[in-house]
Design a protein around this ligand. Sequence first.
Ligand SMILES: C[S@@+](CC[C@H](N)C(=O)[O-])C[C@H]1O[C@@H](n2cnc3c(N)ncnc32)[C@H](O)[C@@H]1O
Length: 210
Amino acid sequence: MNGVAVDAAVEAVLGEYEARARREEELWDTLGPEEAEQRIDEMLLPVGRATGTLLNLLAKEAGACRILEVGSSFGYSTVWLAEAARAVGGKVISLELRAAKTEYATERLRRAGLADCVEFRVGDALESLAALRGPFDFVLIDLWKNLYVPVFQLLHPKLVPGALVIADNMIEPASARPHAQAYRHAVHAARDMSSVLLPVGNGIELSRYQ
Ligand SMILES: C[S@@+](CC[C@H](N)C(=O)[O-])C[C@H]1O[C@@H](n2cnc3c(N)ncnc32)[C@H](O)[C@@H]1O
């Protein structure tokens, strides 16, 4: 268990997500590749506690008030980001394709006392992102992996100096590695980004603008 000071309501909701994630991991191991693909939208696919904790600490340390999440799923990482946003008087805008996932997340955020800190945009993240003016000072990229590069291209002009961009799944799963490499290549090619790969959770790329 990592140590981070969140209140009992937030901890209870995080614990509930993590119990569900453990059950899904067991189920996942029994599924063949075809069935796993068919049932992907039933799964939380969370960043996990280590990455959630790191996101929370970094956002608080940066005093990040304008947080963008690209790929909320059922809201596990959203809770970590929203808790940081509340601590610094900020807000999270979270983008997700599936309305049912956003409804589930909204109910958990309400129970965690964090509903006022998050605004969801349901639909294709590329369209949502194109319509958002920004600017953003903290971004989590965690949607389907083939979209990381176009997402980065759209959000790059909307970053404030000092903004942090975190991309999940840079190391695991192995099937995502070609897309992860393409993302890392795009970020490293941008001369105004400093970037490092961290072996936390599924592997994250932590990048800073200017
Ligand atoms: C790995 S999950 C996100 C997990 C979440 N960040 C967490 O830690 O709990 C990826 C999510 O991205 C969403 N997604 C995939 N393509 C998308 C798109 N084009 N626009 C918006 N969301 C998308 C999926 O529906 C899925 O819920």
